[in-house]
Design a protein around this ligand. Structure first.
Ligand code: GLN
Length: 473
């Protein structure tokens, strides 16, 4: 690397650390900040500051822990680095820290973290969305240029929407899951969060592609997603699901959806109505599949092999029981118990097998909609903008229902990009509203170009949250 390049990269990093120092005590977006972040090499992401969701393993020389937002992993030092993180490092990016999240990525608000909730930069009394709460907050407040998140049922797109940024959930198998602490392995994907479509495209280009360390990572060609990004999609046809024009939508979300449709029309796109008849059943199917897989994935945290162990156990059973009871928070315990029940003899067929059938129907709904034909499906990322901290913590079912627009994409394994598409005025605050475009498998390039068309025609992405107003972006 030339001295000039190095200077540019470190100046950016210095400013970034300074902003983190200033704003993180309020936002609580980071669980750890690296003492001396510097790029290891130069490449396409030289000068990019990056934050990594703390369920992605990272073995750096400063021994930064990988906590997954859980007490049980508070002092866990990973001996290896997740492939997606390693690829960013190899591309010249500067990793500056690990971001807060709902424990084991289980949640929609960031409030399930053992390290306290993250605050939404647009209104400090509200949630940033979750589970990639810290990644979304850090990008929105201008603390970093790019963040990695993970999306099992919406955890990249929903917080991106609530924080007014771009978030991309790749096709299942596009990005390696090696080094991602598993929640529900058949649904989990790692993806980028950024303020612009171009930055998300740059990060996706680097992290995508086959990996011998993850056999579910597909051998699909990876285009340079930044190339042709400004070239509008010709004859673009957007499908709007009947089910997304839902009376449960907050009125400002409904207005933003119609406005987004108008924007695409004015850009020459054809807009058609499509039907996703099993949308409503997506929540039940998702929470059965995800919790079943979670109960099995989290069995390894037993106080013996990883993480925290209880003091003075009486015997082995006591060691397991108390280590897990002390280490896992209430939502994770609820999900392990539900997942174990779902998989138990006698109930397995009724719940798990049925959920897999619904999963297949949801996939078919999407295939039929794309066959209409349409290039992409447009809908909100969530039915309402960010709610208040504490507003729903005691009603897990109401919380699960908020995921209605995101979980189907994971069940069907499809790519989707969330982007800022409006604001809702609540009292003194302006709260971002997000839309998403969902595409057929492996069509990220086309989705990014369609999202870029919207970004070029609108100003939502240029808005800065009040707490970051000194930001000179
Ligand atoms: N909110 C969903 C859940 O709690 C999605 C989480 C995620 O995508 N990691 O399971």
């Amino acid at each position: 690397m030339s001295a000039a390049q190095h200077g540019a990269a470190s100046a950016g990093t210095g400013e970034c650390l300074c902003r983190i120092h200033q704003l993180n005590p309020t936002l609580n977006a980071f669980i750890s900040v690296l003492p001396d972040p510097s790029p290891a090499t130069s490449g396409p992401l030289t000068g990019f500051t990056v934050a990594v969701k703390d369920n992605l393993c990272f073995a750096d020389h400063s021994n930064t822990p990988t906590t997954a937002g859980s007490r049980i992993l508070t002092n866990y030092k990973s001996p290896f680095t997740a492939t997606a993180v390693q690829r960013l490092i190899d591309a010249g990016a500067t990793i500056v820290g690990k971001t807060n999240l709902d424990e084991f990525a289980m949640g929609s608000t960031g409030e399930n973290s053992a390290f306290g909730p993250t605050r939404n930069p647009w209104d400090l009394d509200r949630i940033p969305g979750g589970s990639s709460s810290g990644s979304a907050g850090a990008v929105a407040a201008g603390l970093v240029r790019i963040a990695l998140g993970s999306d099992t049922g919406g955890s990249i797109r929903q917080p991106a929407g609530m924080c007014g940024i771009v978030g991309l959930k790749p096709t299942y198998g596009r990005v390696s899951r090696y080094g991602l602490i598993a929640y529900a392995s058949s649904l989990d994907q790692v993806g980028p969060m950024a303020r612009t479509v171009a930055d998300a495209a740059a990060a996706l280009t680097v992290i995508s592609g086959p990996d011998p360390l993850d056999s579910t990572c597909a051998d699909q060609p990876v285009p340079d997603f930044t190339r042709d990004l400004d070239r509008p999609v010709e004859h673009l046809t957007i499908g709007v699901p009947r089910q997304a024009r839902n009376e449960a939508n907050n009125p400002d979300v409904a207005v933003a959806l119609e406005a987004a449709i108008e924007t695409y029309r004015s850009l020459g796109a054809a807009v058609i109505e499509v039907d996703l008849p099993h949308t409503e059943h997506g929540i039940a199917a998702y929470y059965i599949v995800a919790l079943a897989e979670a109960s099995s994935n989290l069995a390894r945290f037993d106080g013996v092999r990883y993480g925290r162990r209880t003091a003075d156990p009486k015997d082995l059973m006591d060691l397991y029981a108390r280590s897990r009871a002390e280490g896992f928070g209430p939502e994770v315990q609820r999900r392990i118990m539900l997942g174990t029940y779902i998989l138990s003899a006698g109930y397995y067929e009724a719940y798990y097998t049925t959920a897999l059938k619904v999963r297949r129907l949801i996939k078919r709904d999407y295939d039929a909609a794309f066959g209409t034909p349409c290039d992409a499906i447009l809908m909100p990322t969530s039915p309402r903008p960010a709610f208040r901290l504490g507003e729903r913590v005691n009603d897990p079912l109401a919380m699960y229902l908020e995921d209605v627009y995101t979980v189907g994409v994971n069940l069907a394994g499809l790519p989707a990009i969330a982007f800022p598409a409006g604001f809702s005025r609540v009292g003194m605050s302006r709260l971002p509203i997000g839309m998403q475009l969902i595409g057929p498998a492996w069509q990220e390039a086309r989705l990014l170009r369609a999202a870029q068309m919207f970004e070029s025609a609108t100003q939502f992405h240029t808005q800065v949250p009040p707490c970051a107003e000194s930001d000179t972006r």
